[in-house]
Design a protein around this ligand. Structure first.
Ligand SMILES: *Cc1c(COP(=O)(O)O)cnc(C)c1O
Length: 367
């Protein structure tokens, strides 16, 4: 049986009619860059998250970068994040001129370890970016409690956590801003590039709206140096079609995770993801851990099961960040995870039969 890691086609086929209708509406209106389809999606996504403002931008990297720029963060500033994330989190920090400072992660949730955060805060710390990795939120109360006395804003990297919750609160709404990616493979995915910033801060939202459009509050009046970071009209229209299905898709992912958990419990040398008591995990990625990772991926590949690794090299060990001179061994939990992670197939349309097959093959590989 063939089990892909991700099947975007399956999801498209379930929404084919409304997607084509939405595309036609954009084509007929020619509202291609920004415009009414983006504004409509922004209102819908803000309402979904329970925040007053959502600002549509070009992608998740733009969302992170624009929040940092809007907060005035730049040269000489430090921004704390984690080393086990997609590089965009740190890139946004670097591209606004600031320096990423990494802290290690919690071995249960793989998210920023609040116990390690305290010692990373310096007088130059201007923001903290916890990443809600794999669809489970970081321990926001503990992080906010450490940030608050210093007046340091907390920016949520919610690019993998659309619809995830922390003690019943939606991802992206606990910090000063939440940054989302709608890259096609994300839990809410566009058919191209798109992203959004969600915030309670009206002034911050207004500033990001100006920055995303070359710093112009009015056409050809430029009050600040911005960038072109608009969302496409086509992506806005497609996201409006897909948003009402997000909760059901997340519930399907959660059901798949429960089945994986049931079928994989008790295999020696394999650890399974855990949902923290505070969390509603939306399983963007279902990552197990094993010390013989490469061998397991090879064995599953031979049985037509596609796996991934998120991510094989932590950011402080990437060549791009060699100038930070952070030696191996600096973040033992993140580094061990990077050696052991295996991401199993996970997407809403995955079937129980496929999950059983994957789990049977993992048992076989281990016996
Ligand atoms: C996908 C992702 C991003 C970047 O989003 P893009 O839309 O690809 O720019 C940032 N952070 C994390 C954790 C991501 O998974």
């Amino acid at each position: 049986m063939k089990v892909p890691f991700l099947d975007l086609k399956a999801q498209y086929l379930t929404l084919r009619e409304p997607i084509h209708t939405a595309l036609e509406a954009v084509l007929e209106s020619t509202a291609f860059a920004g415009g009414p389809f983006v504004a409509k999606f922004e209102a819908e996504f803000a309402a979904y998250c329970g925040a007053p403002q959502a600002v549509g931008v070009g992608n998740g990297t733009d969302a992170l970068w624009l929040v940092l720029v809007a907060l005035g963060i730049g040269r000489g500033d430090e921004v704390i994040t984690v080393p086990n994330t997609f590089i965009a989190t740190a890139e946004a920090v670097s591209l606004c001129g600031a320096t990423p400072v990494f802290v290690d992660v919690d071995p249960q949730t793989y998210n920023m370890d609040p116990a390690k955060l305290q010692q990373a805060i310096t007088p130059r710390t201007r923001a903290i970016i916890p990443v809600h990795l794999f669809g489970q939120m970081a321990d926001m109360d503990a992080i906010l409690a450490l940030a608050r006395p210093h007046g340091i804003p907390v920016i949520e990297d919610a690019c993998q956590a659309h619809g995830a919750q922390y003690k019943g609160q939606m991802a992206g709404t606990l910090g000063v801003a939440g940054c989302f990616s709608f890259y096609p493979g994300k839990n809410l995915g566009a058919y191209g590039e798109a992203g959004a910033v969600v915030t309670h801060d009206e002034a911050l939202a207004a500033k990001i709206r100006i920055l995303r459009e070359h710093g112009q509050p009015q056409k050809y009046v430029h009050t600040m140096i911005g960038w072109n970071a608009r969302m496409d009209g086509i992506q806005g229209a497609i996201l409006s079609v897909k948003l009402p299905h997000l909760d059901a898709a997340n519930e399907a992912r959660r059901a798949h995770a429960r089945l994986y958990h049931e079928l994989l419990t008790g295999i020696p040398g394999i650890s399974l993801p855990r949902e923290a008591p505070y969390a509603k995990h939306v399983y963007h990625i279902y990552a197990i851990r094993t010390s013989s990772r490469d061998e397991l991926i090879r064995q599953l590949g031979a049985r037509e099961i596609a796996c991934g690794i998120h991510y094989p090299v932590p950011l402080h060990r990437q060549e791009a960040y060699a100038a930070l001179h952070i030696p191996a061994g600096s973040f033992p939990v993140a580094e061990q995870c990077a050696r052991e992670y295996v991401s199993l197939p996970m997407f809403p349309e995955l079937t129980p039969a496929q999950i059983r097959y994957v789990c049977d093959e993992i048992h076989a590989a281990r016996s």
